[in-house]
Design a protein around this ligand. Structure first.
Ligand SMILES: [Zn+2]
Length: 482
């Protein structure tokens, strides 16, 4: 009854007997609302209604996960008319401090819904059946200092870092852990643009955003965000700066990328920039990783694999089958020795042969006379902090096909051409043509590292680590028909 006096309780004070109270807490997770209607026969209870029927008959439900101390968390499930739920969903976001007025208390021990809600510390769950005229969830207007105390809870970790598992372990298990949930401590590597797709069944447009996450064990795993709240939230995340502690991230095997991806589950809670000591190590690691394809090619061709160990002979077709076709495996990298002819080696044409990078951090500098694009790098302020390096795109062909866009960069190209980059830029066109014809159309033993297209890489990367004119006898002995 509205006339009864409500008292303010904390999550820890809630018991079976607690009635007529107000809870003040911060929202740390919010489920997507689900709408349903009893009038339409033969439909699943939780199936999303179309927009036309939504406001007439439909009801809805969504869950807020609330926190009011370092320790205490509780779920609050709100049932109501569809428009009430839509209103609540658009009004309250993760990070808002709210007042929950006169919720019902139930033990969550027997509640089925707890299986589908975030794991919380309270043995109780709150329910609001929004039947009254008065709004039962409102924004809390307290003194600034009090609000600050609640906001600080957003960074308090819900699990300890030793309860998280490395991304590499999840990736290694592949499709084996499809559908399971794990705790992760990661740094955001890239935030991709929001995209829209049309859902075939309902013909509605749905938006999603892909975010690439990394940790010290793995360079990148893709996580998909579907709800509007998350899409808005991810917009604020900064690559290589924002860290996330994700409780109960759901693992899904992605058939397109042939690797595991992550998704937000109904149990998932994300803590942005959590206060844990491991962050320093994670962020320092993030600074060292190559971020552009060219960096990856450079690090591949600068000694991570000894070319003399690459002896698995493959034809172009076999390489293609392993990158794109039927033989794709879960590892994202393999090596191959391919006896092939260089069919594009445009040393004397208009193709880019030489690029420039920052001498301090090796970041690619594309604009002429520009400085290093990284603000924190000494090369950003210093003049003449650039160096030239070979950056050659090569096509190789054999009797089975052509591998286009292989990269031959840096030291590898200098060795192959027997010419350093400083000497090369001084060569005349005629001399460059002469250099080209030393290789063009002759059969070479080309040793490659192939990095497959993946969730974090848009294109396959064929990095040449060695290329030498092949002895015809060797070719004849090793060349494969297929
Ligand atoms: Zn730099």
């Amino acid at each position: 009854m509205a006339s009864e006096i409500s008292t303010v309780k904390t999550i820890a004070q809630i018991s079976d007997e607690t009635r007529n109270f107000i809870l003040v807490a911060i929202v740390i997770a919010k489920s997507d609302p689900r709408f349903f209607s009893g009038h339409l026969k033969g439909r699943g209870a939780f199936e999303t209604d179309t927009a036309e029927t939504l406001h007439q008959t439909a009801r809805g439900v969504f869950t807020l996960t609330l926190r009011d101390s370092d320790r205490d968390t509780i779920n609050c499930t709100v049932w109501g008319k569809a428009d009430t739920i839509v209103h609540y969903d658009s009004t309250f976001e993760i990070g808002d401090v709210v007042e929950v007025n006169r919720p019902q208390v139930a033990s969550s021990m027997f509640g089925r819904s707890e299986h589908y809600s975030p794991t919380v510390t309270s043995p109780y769950c709150l329910t609001i059946n929004d039947q009254t005229q008065v709004e039962q969830i409102t924004r809390h207007e307290g003194p600034a200092q009090e609000l600050q105390q609640f906001k600080a809870l957003l960074k308090v970790p819900l699990v300890q870092p030793n309860e998280t598992i490395p991304l590499a372990d999840i990736v290694a298990s592949g499709s084996g852990c499809n559908g399971e949930t794990f705790n992760l401590l990661v740094v955001v590597r890239a935030v991709r643009a929001k995209r829209d797709i049309r859902v075939a069944r309902s013909n509605q447009i749905k938006s999603f955003r892909e975010v690439i996450l990394m940790d010290c064990s793995h360079a990148g795993v893709l996580m998909k965000f579907w709800s509007d709240s998350y899409i808005r939230w991810t917009e604020q995340w900064l690559p290589l700066k924002t860290t996330l502690l994700i409780v109960d991230a759901r693992v899904e095997f992605n058939a397109y990328y042939k690797t595991i991806c992550l998704a937000v589950d109904r149990k998932t809670i994300i803590t942005q920039d959590p206060i844990v000591p491991q962050l320093t190590k994670l962020l320092n690691h993030a600074k060292t990783i190559p971020t552009q394809d060219i960096d990856v090619v450079c690090s591949l061709s600068s000694g991570s694999v000894d070319p003399s160990t690459i002896n698995t002979v493959m034809t172009v077709q076999q390489i293609l089958d392993r990158t794109e076709g039927d033989l794709v495996q879960e590892e994202d990298q393999f090596t191959a020795c391919c006896y092939a002819v260089l069919t594009r080696f445009d040393l004397d044409g208009s193709s880019r042969i030489v690029s420039e990078r920052c001498v301090h951090c090796r970041t690619l500098v594309r604009e002429p006379n520009a400085r290093c694009p990284k603000y924190e790098c000494p090369g950003h302020t210093a003049a003449n902090a650039r160096e030239r390096f070979f950056d050659i795109t090569v096509d190789i062909s054999d009797h089975t096909g052509t591998l286009t866009g292989c990269r031959m960069v840096g030291q590898v190209a200098e060795t192959v051409l027997n010419c350093d980059v400083t000497t090369f830029v001084r060569l005349t066109d005629a001399q460059r043509t002469q250099l080209k014809w030393k290789y063009l159309l002759d059969r070479c033993a080309v040793r490659l590292i192939v990095k497959r297209r993946s969730a974090v890489r848009f294109q396959n990367l064929y990095s040449i680590v060695d290329c030498a004119i092949a002895d015809p006898a060797e070719v004849e002995a090793k060349l494969k028909v297929y």
